[in-house]
Design a protein around this ligand. Structure first.
Ligand SMILES: *Cc1c(COP(=O)(O)O)cnc(C)c1O
Length: 387
């Protein structure tokens, strides 16, 4: 009999989404910047002490807003991780900047902060760090480098909702509160979702008014409605970055259950870890959350000795009824970038390693602990008997 496949991801619904959407619809104002948009933005500003928050249609949009806000253009360089989603880099390519790719750490897909200083030139305008798997980058080092060289720091916190960086003196700083700007995603594959959705956080006060204008298609609409200016017109670059209040109402239902969702994901994450960590050997390794990061259970991944083994394991798991996936090829080796700018003459070896060896396991709220146990045991079996 054909076994039904346990998917890699299944979007979780709290059950309150339609209720809040109905309410949004009944108010008669369903364009952007309505009641639910404000509720969601306030939630983040209060809970995490973020600067100004603006909901966007996606994290990609928030990154594109960041690139406009950072005044990045031709002749400027922006440092991004080599191992990341396309949008992290694409937002800056859209403005004509040159991209400089930082390799991953040997022990983690996140950018290796030790390599950054060598990549900074007189043309560098910004550093974009990605909290891969939700794990905090080494923000102490990265923040000081940006301050020292007068660079704008942008956190791509797409995967990093409700997570923290621990400073040397033991303080926990929420991810998204450390950069001048930070971007979040509520895509259906993330911990908290609205189908498509995202948010820009503006921690640098000098960028807040301009962010509002860019968000409102380059107009001073907000200042006009607040009575601060007497004409409403085109004052800057911008686009339609804001989501409708229907999307925000969906997100509000999710945010109301944030703690519960995080706790459920963490229990699953811990169950994977308790089994797989013991079974680790030279053929596969479990992921290692750095000591300076807490864990938000966004992703459980393992690394496998090589590409061929990974392919066989994916097929093996599929036969057993489990869908595991890999992602990200090094951006520096992508087809597009090598037509956009001078190709790199070296390969970022750690980024290549993760591109070839990383495997993400199913992790979603409705997955059961016993399903996690079956997947983890199947992986151990594979490396013990099948290989
Ligand atoms: C998911 C993701 C994005 C894109 O988010 P969207 O909301 O789909 O635009 C960007 N960067 C990283 C690191 C991501 O994981």
């Amino acid at each position: 009999m054909e076994k039904s496949l346990i998917p890699f991801n299944k979007p979780y619904l709290t059950g309150k989404e339609v209720h809040f959407i109905n309410d949004a619809v009944s108010t008669g104002k369903i364009s952007g910047d309505g009641k639910y948009t404000r509720l969601c933005q306030d939630f983040f500003e209060k809970k995490y002490g973020f600067g100004k928050c603006l909901l966007t249609s996606s994290c990609t949009d928030a990154l594109e807003m960041s690139a406009i806000l950072a005044n990045v253009g031709p002749g400027d360089e922006v440092i991004v991780p080599d191992y990341t989603f396309v949008s992290t880099a694409n937002a800056f390519a859209l403005r004509g900047a040159k991209l400089v790719f930082c390799d991953s750490r040997k022990d983690h897909p996140m950018m290796d902060e030790v390599l950054l200083e060598k990549l900074i030139t007189s043309k560098t305008k910004a550093i974009v760090c990605v909290h891969y798997a939700g794990d905090a980058c080494e923000m102490g080092t990265i923040r000081s480098l940006c301050d020292e060289h007068n660079l704008i720091l942008i956190e791509d916190a797409a995967q990093a909702i409700d997570n923290y960086y621990t400073t040397k003196d033991g303080k926990n700083l929420p991810l998204g509160s450390i950069g001048d700007l930070a971007t979040f995603s509520f895509h259906e594959t993330k911990n908290i979702i609205s189908g498509e959705g995202g948010m820009l956080v503006i921690n640098d006060e000098s960028m807040m008014d301009r962010a509002q204008i860019i968000w409102e298609k380059g107009t001073n609409r907000t200042a006009f409605f607040n009575g601060e200016v007497d004409k409403y017109g085109w004052v800057d670059l911008g686009s339609s970055f804001l989501p409708s209040d229907i999307t925000a109402a969906f997100l509000w239902a999710q945010l109301n259950e944030l703690l519960d969702i995080q706790a459920k994901r963490l229990a699953l994450w811990n169950r994977y870890d308790s089994i797989l960590r013991k079974g680790e050997n030279e053929l596969f390794k479990v992921n290692k959350t750095p000591a300076f990061s807490s864990c938000n259970a966004h992703m459980y991944y393992i690394t496998i000795e090589n590409l061929e083994k990974r392919k066989i394991l994916i097929n093996h798991l599929k036969e057993k009824g489990f869908h595991a996936v890999f992602h990200y090829l090094s951006l520096s080796q992508s087809k597009f970038i090598n037509t956009y700018q001078e190709p790199l003459d070296t390969v970022n070896v750690n980024s290549e390693f993760f591109a070839n060896s990383l495997l993400r396991l199913p992790l979603f709220v409705e997955l059961s602990l016993s399903e996690v146990e079956s997947i983890a045991k199947e992986i151990i079996n594979f490396f013990t008997y099948v290989k």
